[in-house]
Write a protein that binds this ligand. Structure first.
Ligand code: NI
Length: 168
C-alpha cells in the first residue's frame, strides 16, 4: 500500500462525522495499511482515517516512539466507555503542522473497539495513551484539538490557524 497525503486544517472533511464500519473487508485492511505507511512517514503518534480523507470510524495509534513497550494498535468503531481525571499537556495534530498547544483532557479512558480480525476488545489506559485515544476519537466526530482551547487562546492563535487554512 502507500503513503497518502494528510488532510490539513481548513479542509471541510475534518469537520464531518465518520461512518460506522460494517465489515472488515479488504478495503478496510488496505485503508489501515495506508494509514500505517502515512503515520510512519509523518512520524506521528496517531492517525484517523478522516485525516487521509476517508470518513470511516477507524484510527491507529503507534506510541512506540515514546513507549518502548507499545506496538501499533488499530481501533475500528471505537467507543469511549468512561473517562476520569484531568490533565493538561502539550498536544499537536498531523493536520496542524507546527502547531502545539496545551490542552486539558481526562487522563484516564476506557475504550471499546474492534481489531482488524474482527475481535472486540476493551482497554483502560491513562496518560499519553489516553490522551492520544481521545484525540483520535474526536476526529471521528469531526472535532479537532483546537476546539478544546479557551476562546482567548483561539483568538491568540487565529493568525496561525488562518495560515494553515491558506496552505491547504
Ligand atoms: Ni489529530
Amino acid at each position: 500500500m502507500a503513503e497518502r497525503p494528510i488532510v490539513i486544517y481548513g479542509d471541510p472533511v475534518l469537520r464531518k462525522i465518520s461512518e460506522e464500519i460494517t465489515e472488515i473487508d479488504q478495503e478496510v485492511k488496505d485503508l489501515v495499511s495506508d494509514l500505517v505507511d502515512t503515520l510512519k512517514n509523518a512520524q506521528g503518534l496517531g492517525l484517523s482515517a478522516v485525516q487521509i480523507g476517508v470518513l470511516k470510524r477507524l484510527f491507529i495509534l503507534d506510541l512506540s516512539a515514546v513507549d518502548l513497550t507499545a506496538s501499533l494498535k488499530v481501533f475500528v468503531n471505537p467507543e469511549i466507555v468512561a473517562v476520569e481525571g484531568e490533565e493538561e499537556r502539550e498536544e499537536g495534530c498531523l493536520s496542524f503542522p507546527g502547531l502545539y498547544q496545551n490542552i486539558v483532557r481526562p487522563n484516564k479512558v476506557k475504550v471499546r473497539a474492534t481489531d482488524l480480525d474482527g475481535k472486540k476488545f476493551e482497554m483502560e489506559v491513562e496518560g499519553l495513551k489516553a490522551r492520544a485515544i481521545l484525540h483520535e476519537y474526536d476526529h471521528l466526530e469531526g472535532k479537532l484539538f483546537i476546539d478544546h482551547l479557551s476562546p482567548m487562546t483561539r483568538t491568540l492563535i487565529r493568525g496561525r490557524l488562518k495560515k494553515l487554512t491558506q496552505a491547504s
